[in-house]
Every structure is written in structure tokens, then in C-alpha cells.
Design a protein around this ligand. Sequence first.
Ligand SMILES: [Zn+2]
Length: 644
Amino acid sequence: MIKTIVTVLLIAGFSMFGLAQSHYPGQHTDKLKIAESIDFKAEAFNMSEVKLTNSRFTENMQRDSKWILSLGVDRLLHSFRTNAGVWAGLEGGYDTVDKLGGWESLDCELRGHTTGHILSGLAMLYGSTENDIYKIKADSIITGLAEVQKALGQSGYLSAFPENLIDRVIDGKRVWAPWYTLHKLYAGLIDQYLYCNNEQALKIVSKMGDWAYNKLFVLSEEQRTTMLRNEFGGINDSFYCLYQITGKNEYKWLAEFFYHNATLDPLKDKVDNLSNKHANTFIPKLIGVVRGFEIGGNSDYKEIADYFWDTVVNHHSFCSGSNSDKEKFFEPDQTSLHLSGYTGESCNVYNMLKLTRHLFCLDADVKYADYYEKALFNHILGQQDTKTGMVAYFLPMLPGAYKVYSTPDSSFWCCVGTGFENQAKYGEAIYYHTNTDLFVNLFIPSQLYWKEKGVTIIQQTQFPKEGKLTLWVNSEKPTLFTLKLRYPYWANKASVKVNGKKIKISNHPDSYIAINQIWRNGDKVEVEYPMVLKINPTPENPNVVSISYGPVVLAAKMGTEGMEAPAPYSNPNLHNDYYTYNYHIPENLCNELNLNGKKISSWLAPVEEEFKFRGVDSATGKVYEFVPISDLHRERYIMYWKLQ
Ligand SMILES: [Zn+2]
């Protein structure tokens, strides 16, 4: 028995997963039988109410869309059809479908997860753009999945792998992460119902929920404990969602069944038990926990989620908002000892942002918006290669490393799955609201339609190239509300003008500037947040530092010496090469930096017209060019320095 448990733990430790979109407070109110029972301090807008306008964010989204649309429906359904025996290729059928590779191979135990992520990605692309092309593709996938579910029998089971994998996890036998994989499918189908009104998706996922209930309600506590040692993603969140949509208590029971006591209970006592835990097995459990609180669950759940978030963000995260080394949390405040080539799994950031959104809705605390901005602008935006649209698994902190990107159809790592979603939902966290207030949390070119007020807000900005933004108010009639502008921690002496007239700002950075007035059509708000260069020491070593400009981490460009093809792309002929990648860092590459006692603001000089800075090392005379880490691609870089 002990041996079996060890095996399960090892397997969980090597898997690395994410979670899908689904539901935030304030959204989809017309589709929920069970509403949240908490008074939220802020609510999210539906995705269709926020449209992005041209910027780097829309460019990323377009590359993502192109990739998702390039993967044919037959390819995404093939493993499901094969599992159910409904693939009627007959002789020669084996070469009719161009099979997906990597973690979608027919002999990989995670097969099918990508189809779930793509259903979520298509739902968000449709939610963000209302372009039917995304809905049409998703409808075809869902029709195919319904056929597979029918062929697999009456129980409601639906997967690209046999049910036997679930039996193995219940029995504590060796298996990768079947509930994790199913979670992607649950979430993708729920998203298709919530964002695209696909009723068939709801029928399919409800049957899957019935199957799960019948499978699990007969288990003993010992079996449950054994099963939960294996990674299960955020399936508790999906079951809470299904409960809210249908009102069926069985789904709520399922969500609570996946409460993982061994991991979560120590957090109640404010014990930092994170060290050496697989980060992305851990984080999604908290999203489920906070969702449970939102719909009237145990009040401990909120404290658990708060403590976890503070601990991860303040004691286990890098300057980019990323966390983990080789997928695991390390000892608190030890970042300088973990500058490896395998830091910052992208799924972890995806999930931390999701948790952050829920906590923001509960408390409307500016710290959540600060973190969201940091992780979005430094990690997520730069996860995607600007040339090919491929995405990186890790954000390596190792001086001289580079980002290693996936292939189009032979990787399908977990971070490819969450990557499809990351790049489709940049509109989600810019604005929040209450009945009386509008929060502007992120500085991203966009247009918001606030239906309840009949107000449209247009945001124009070049941020983070400059710390200025303009908001235009278009209002059907004069409307009273409080505009709450995030006054970020990195800014000082903010300046705000309303219709050209400067307003008095009495509060400090890291708060909200509140402007309460009757807003009229054509009102204009001009905001300026001065951005400064800053040195950020690691908590444990004042001489190991990163450099930032506003919230943006700057990295030095270190060239491409020794990067041979297929670098920086993953080699499809190697098994999970990202995990043991040899960066062949040139021997003379060094991250020691001598500023000769100068302040960073006088050492680094902006390069005119470009979003770049230049500095010369006082000891060696070497010239360094710095750019935002999210702009740095296909080249070596340094993010962390040893100050001399
Ligand atoms: Zn991942």
C-alpha cells in the first residue's frame, strides 16, 4: 500500500496542469439556478461587454486564434472516437486523420485535455469577439463528443481514454492524472454553455456529472483519501459551476468530495506547507475552495484562500509574478537560490490569476489588481512567441537561458492547453463594477459597455511604454457613478484631469482614486502615472536583484550564440525536452553587474522612440540593452543580477 501511495505521489509530482475559465461573480446571471450568496465588493463583467482595441494584446489573441482554428475537428475528436470505437475509417482509416502528437498521442494518458482547453478557448474567443467562426467550430466538436458519449454507453462517461484509468486512480494504482484531464472537458463544455449558449454541451456535461456521482458516492473515505493524492486540477470548481447552473445537489456533493483535506487543512492554521509541493496540483484546489465560499460554503474557505494567496505571492514568487522551480514550490523567500532554467510554469500563473480574480471580487483590494498586472504583463503576455504564436512552458530565470516554445501539433503540454486560454481572455480583468462604482484595474486599450448604466467607456493607452491613459465616457443620459482608478504601487504623484481640469488627489499609491460625479456623454479623463526605474532585491539576498520600470521587469538581451535549430523551439523528436533542456549557455556569459554606485535611474538611459534602455557596466565596459521581458523572444536574456 505504501509503495502504491509513493507511486501516486511521484506521478502527481511530475504532472503540471491548469484550469479553464468558467464563471466569476456577476457573470451569466441569466443562466444560474443557484446564485452566489455573498455580498461581493466587486463583480466581473461578461466577456462580451469588453472589447479589446488594437494593441499587443489583440495581436497575441489573433495568433492564438489562428493556431486554434488550424487544428481540425477530426483531429481533436480522434482519440475520443478511437476510445469509443466509433471511428469508421475501415481500411486506410489509419492515415485519414493526421494524429496529434505529444501529450495528445493515442498512447498518452492525458489525451483529450487539449480538446477541453480548446472548447474553453473557443468559448472565450467567441465571448471576446462574438465572431461566429469560433462558435461554428465548437458546435462541430460538441456534436462529435455527443456521438462518442452515446457510443460509450448509458452511464454518461465521456473521455478519450477508457474508464479503467479512473478505476486505477481510485485503487491507488499507477496512472498519470485522469481527473485532471476530465476536468478540462467538464470546464470546456460548461464554458460552451455559459459563453456560447450551447444547450447540447450542457446536456453532455450533466450526464458526465451524473456518471461521476454514481462512480464516487459509493467510495469509502479511505478510497477518497487515496484518490485525492493524484492531481485533479480544478474539478471542484467545475462541479460547483454545474451545481449553480442546474441546481442539482449531487454536483455540489461532488465539488465537496474533492476537498483535499491533507493539503488544505494546514492552511487553516496559517502553516506554510508549500515547500516541495507540486505547485500546479496545489493552486487549482484553492480556486474550488473559494468558489465553495462564494456559494455559501464554509467560512474557513475564505481564510484558507487568503492565506494561500498571500503566501504564494509574497514568499514564493519571482519578480515576474511566476512561481516554482521544476514545477515545485520551494522554501519561502529563497528565490535567489532557484534561478534555474525550469522556473515559472505558465499554468501556475494562469491559475493564480484565476484565484486572484475571485479574491478581488470578494474584497476589492488593490493588491489583487497589482499582482494581476504584474503577472499578466511579465509572464502571460510574453508566454507567446510573437513570431509563431507558440507558447512556452517555463519562464526560465537562469541567466543566459531563453524561452523554449512548443510545436504546433506535437507538444500539447499542459501549458499549451492553458496557453490557448491565456491568450484569448485579455479583456477579462480590466474592469469590475458594483451598483455604484466602476473599477479600472488594468491599462489596456479597450471598450467597455456597462449595460446597467447605459455607459460606454473607451480606454486609450500605450501602457507600459508610457504611464498615460485616456478614458472617454459615452453615456445615453447623465449618469451618477464613482470612477475608481487604480493608483498603482509603482507610481507616485499621479495626475488626473477631468475634462481638462486637474483634480485634487489626496490618497497615496496602492489605492483607488475615486471620482464621484454625474457623468455626461463626451466626458474625458486623462490620467498620468509617472513610471520609474527600480532595483528590486530578492528577499534573502540584497545583492541579487531584478530591474523594473513601473510594473514591467526589464531583461537584458544576451544574443543567440550557441542556439542551434530547432532552438528556441522544442524538438518534436525528444520526449518532453523542455524539462531537461540544455541551454548551452556560453561560458563567458555573466550576470555580475557593476553600477559604480549610481542610482538605476541615472545608470539606465532610455533609447529614444523605442521601449528600450541602455546601460554600461562600469567594471567591464559592456553595453547592455534592456527590454520588457514580455518583448524578449528567441534570444538569451538576464532577469536576475548579482550586484558588485
Ligand atoms: Zn503547465
